[in-house]
Write a protein that binds this ligand. Structure first.
Ligand SMILES: [Zn+2]
Length: 169
């Protein structure tokens, strides 16, 4: 997937997820989610209630293994205790960065393998699928911030693909 996420465009995949760790982006909430196999990913939701209801009907699935047993990653799970742990924190941050990169790469590979690239038609196609006007299938492509927000508002399950590191792949 040669297109990079930028300030204006996001790569999105019509996949599901589940989880939470709040960081408010525009008027959306981003939750850190994890499946029962431990794959971490982000989910965008209009609000916490939207997450709960989508999770309940299993509209959120792990982008790596399609598991629908999704949980929100506890906000405190990444906090280290005590200032004596600086070295440990650095090591942990490094390990987390590596794990995140591997997860991101696995996610991109999985999406490219299993989903249809619809490019800039993402929002249109995701909406068609959501409303049963097109065959249900995984797709990926690009959408503007406005389009992404509209999809989230409508409850269309979409997933922001993490930006991959420029190098050190
Ligand atoms: Zn998984």
């Amino acid at each position: 997937m040669g297109i990079r996420a930028g300030d204006t465009y996001f790569q999105l995949a019509r996949l599901a997820y589940r989880g939470i760790s709040a960081l408010s982006v525009m008027d959306m909430i981003v939750f850190d989610l994890s499946c029962s196999a431990g794959h971490g990913f982000e989910g965008w939701f209009k609000d916490a209630q939207a997450f709960k209801s989508q999770r309940k009907v299993r509209k959120i699935s792990c982008p790596v293994c399609a598991d629908t047993d999704i949980a929100r990653v506890p906000a405190g799970s990444r906090i280290s205790h005590g200032h004596a742990a600086a070295v440990d924190r650095a090591a942990q941050a490094s390990a987390e960065a590596r794990a995140w990169r591997e997860t991101a790469q696995a996610l991109h590979a999985k999406v490219a393998e299993n989903c249809e690239n619809v490019g800039p038609r993402f929002a249109e196609e995701a909406r068609k699928i959501h409303y049963g006007e097109a065959d249900s299938r995984g797709i990926y492509g690009e959408a503007t911030v406005t389009e992404a927000r509209e999809l989230v508002d409508e409850g269309v399950p979409v997933l922001p693909l993490p930006r991959l590191p420029e190098s050190d792949a």
